[in-house]
Design a protein around this ligand. Sequence first.
Ligand SMILES: NC(=O)c1ccc[n+]([C@@H]2O[C@H](COP(=O)([O-])OP(=O)(O)OC[C@H]3O[C@@H](n4cnc5c(N)ncnc54)[C@H](OP(=O)(O)O)[C@@H]3O)[C@@H](O)[C@H]2O)c1
Length: 277
Amino acid sequence: MKQVKFYNGQLMPQLGLGVFRVENDNTAKDAVKHAIISGYRSIDAALVYGNEEMVGKGIAEGIAAAGIQREDLFITSKLWLDDFGYNQVVQGYEQSITNLGLDYLDLYLMHWPGTNSTLMVETWQGMEALYQTKKVRNIGVSNFNIEHLETLKAQTAIKPVINQVEFHPYLTQATLRDYLMQEDIRMESWSPLMNGEILQDEVVNTIAQQLGKSAAQIIIRWNIEHGVVTIPKSVTPTRIEENLDVFNFELSEEQMTALDKLNQDKRIGPNPVAFNG
Ligand SMILES: NC(=O)c1ccc[n+]([C@@H]2O[C@H](COP(=O)([O-])OP(=O)(O)OC[C@H]3O[C@@H](n4cnc5c(N)ncnc54)[C@H](OP(=O)(O)O)[C@@H]3O)[C@@H](O)[C@H]2O)c1
């Protein structure tokens, strides 16, 4: 599994499983377990997805079935906006690790910046305090734009290791990507498959045919070649395997450019500037 390196030296698998909009039942458990058995080593969870319990069961069963250790996995969860505030961060964190049945997370993210800049900064300071207790291995953010990150830079001490944002060929985030590279903050893409929409695109399907790969594999490979961490979601065993099978081919420069050119600055999720839960 390819990994990215954070500025603090720690590593994260470049490909993981997303679990948004997955029921808190055997669907979540089986998807996570199947992913781990298939070779996934990273799971992207969140308190607000309401399925941490069954994701946690999938992690436990996956570890046992694959014969690996907890330390071999990289588990992420996220602090929801309701739990923002310096003192609330620890509570949110403890809730997530309890739900997941874990004693630590590899990465804890602020799920959104929110619309109150003072609260955003105080919450990040709570994240810093959590990090200093060594209860969590890494802290990062999600859905932050350059302005949000500049505010943190000016007012707080510890830089986020990663920023998880919407990213797919219709929303290539070139300016944000350049900024993150310059700041040595990794970028992670959510809804890499645009929740299915991008898989219908003609250019994507032409490239898929040229290479004898699926449209999803082309998109995931495009993420990998951009150096972006990616977390496609699937509860379908064959797709979970297919989405991981992207390390035995490359996209040409022309194919990368053709995909980059599909950008329309089109979001399927909320605009982070205005979203407050
Ligand atoms: N930080 C944030 O604010 C935020 C926001 C949104 C998402 N996320 C994270 O990002 C993850 C991924 O995003 P997402 O769940 O919105 O959507 P996505 O990964 O872009 O797309 C998931 C959809 O694509 C289908 N799919 C998966 N693999 C496929 C394949 N090989 N061929 C055809 N269809 C395929 C899935 O169907 P089946 O499951 O039925 O197979 C599902 O309907 C989330 O699960 C979550 O962890 C984070």
